[in-house]
Design a protein around this ligand. Structure first.
Ligand code: AR6
Length: 178
């Protein structure tokens, strides 16, 4: 599913974020950037341990901030590590909102035109996909309206529940706006 926003677009796909060829993929990270399970584990396995080493060297940061590193052997050029939680590995809507915005800002600052996001906080963090989807989609929609470089935001959802939550929310937002 794809919707146009200004001169850019938001796309929702089901799949594995480590296979994405966008300029950057976002890692669902903690604020010290050690890479555990879920998206982080998959990025480390496929991209190489150097991604974690570089990310850890740029931390720790305040929860809600993001850092950018190389992408090792992955197809994307960069990994943006979005700190959606602290060391207690707990998150909430506000932390996810800030981490999403920080990632978008970092992509824009580095002149990137495309970025892929996972549903931050919905694995280890325990946030419901139905709470996560409106927060992340609204940040992306607002940001694309003012972005100069960033044109394409893809949400890569791993399972049916997350895909369904993002698809339903995007449909709801656009029905409401018409
Ligand atoms: N591609 C896309 N989505 C995925 C993939 C994948 N390859 N693998 C899992 N997901 P999580 P969090 C989904 O746990 O909750 C780690 O320890 C997954 O099903 O990756 O923000 C980090 O180091 C879920 O819906 O992120 C942090 O400490 C979503 O991605 C902490 O976990 C997010 O799950 C981050 O926890």
């Amino acid at each position: 599913m794809k919707v146009k926003i200004g001169s850019g677009s938001i796309e929702i796909v089901k799949g594995d974020i480590t296979e994405q060829e966008t300029d950057a993929i976002v890692n669902a990270a903690n604020n010290h950037f050690w890479m555990g399970a879920g998206v982080a584990g998959a990025i480390k396995r496929k991209g190489g341990d150097e991604i974690e080493k570089e990310a850890v060297s740029k931390g720790p940061v305040e929860v809600g901030c993001a850092v950018i590193t190389g992408a090792g052997k992955l197809k994307s050029k960069y990994v943006i590590h979005a700190a959606g939680m602290g060391q207690n590995l707990r998150t909430d809507k506000d932390k996810v909102r800030k981490a999403t915005l920080s990632s978008l800002e970092l992509a824009e600052k580095h002149n990137l035109s495309s970025i892929s996001f996972p549903s931050i906080g919905t694995g280890v963090g325990g946030l419901s996909p139905y709470q996560c989807a409106p927060v992340m989609l609204n940040e992306a929609i607002e940001f694309l309206q003012i972005a100069k470089n960033l044109k394409k935001v893809v949400f890569v959802l791993f399972d049916e529940t997350n895909f369904d939550a993002f698809k339903k929310e995007l449909e709801r937002i656009f029905t409401f706006k018409k």
